[in-house]
Design a protein around this ligand. Sequence first.
Ligand SMILES: Cc1cc2nc3c(=O)[nH]c(=O)nc-3n(C[C@H](O)[C@H](O)[C@H](O)COP(=O)(O)OP(=O)(O)OC[C@H]3O[C@@H](n4cnc5c(N)ncnc54)[C@H](O)[C@@H]3O)c2cc1C
Length: 339
Amino acid sequence: MDALETFRAETRDWLDTHCPASMRTPMPEDERVWGGRQPVFKHPDSERWLRLNIERGFTVPTWPKAYGGAGLTPAEAQILKEEMQRLQCRQPLFGFGISMLGPVLLTQGTEAQKARFLPPIARGEIRWCQGYSEPGAGSDLASLQTRAEDHGDHWLVNGQKIWTSYAHLADWIFCLVRTDPKNKHGGISFLLFDMASPGVLVRPIKLISGASAFCETFFTDVQVPKENLVGAINGGWAIAKELLQHERGMISEIGRPALSWRRGRPHQGPRPARHRDPPRDGRPRLCAHLAPGRGRKRSRCRRRRAVVDVQVLRHRAEQAEVRTHPETRRPARARLGRR
Ligand SMILES: Cc1cc2nc3c(=O)[nH]c(=O)nc-3n(C[C@H](O)[C@H](O)[C@H](O)COP(=O)(O)OP(=O)(O)OC[C@H]3O[C@@H](n4cnc5c(N)ncnc54)[C@H](O)[C@@H]3O)c2cc1C
């Protein structure tokens, strides 16, 4: 048996022994575990499942063991993924820290930053949000205006972000700030700070469905320690783009099962939970509004909603692409024609 086959056998054995039967079922959206200072475990077994994975380093399998990972090679991580899919094991932990910030800190962070920020992400203790978009800086992200002024021992941050997903539930933010007003792309820095800092105000944006996944986030004289700057001053644009690569990867994973289902190609593994279990985030109300009644009409509405979800995610991936490669921007008409 070669090393990878041995790893597969050991992993299969571990999952078989440790994954509770209740964690081998499709996961409704509202049972996902996001961690944070006030974690929510809607399913009673999800906390135990998370603890077991943390001990094994499986919340962030490829990260070094020193930072809470399992130190797996990409091939081993792929095997772990396959074995988890085979048993239909639930992903134990979700978060922007795992999927976006962590990978960037691994390449761009100082040793002190890695030691401070990565282990709490791996253990699900801190939930992160993404402070990129502003009312006047969406596709043209580099026109962002939230500024950070050098005040000797700290940065003073003032400005506003928008569409900050789950900011009202997040503990910390990774934030793009302007540190040089005269230099567009070359005047942006990448800053980390605590959402509990004085001067941070979060206002959820209520959607037509009644849900509030997005927020407006306001900063008024927020003091941020100097050591929370990642990379060089005015060197944040390259870091921001690197993070968007990871965001794209994460989004493509979310959308893939639903898209293959839509196109009639059976997805490997169970059909995603979101299509079978009514989400409990307010969207059923929208569904009931659009398609009152029951049966086929209602389920058609549910399918339509899943397709819209995927379109939103695809749009987001396109936006991320345009941000990093403006030459790929297509006129809105062309994009509408494709759908
Ligand atoms: C599900 C979801 C979650 C999100 N979460 C976050 C988050 O956590 N943090 C965060 O910072 N942001 C988040 N965003 C914001 C997202 O990244 C924005 O959608 C993005 O910044 C685009 O900004 P905008 O909505 O202002 O669109 P705009 O920039 O106003 O663009 C609107 C449309 O016009 C097109 N367009 C713009 N300029 C041109 C041009 N010059 N030529 C041709 N067409 C053009 C765009 O392609 C787009 O189709 C989220 C968005 C979504 C959909």
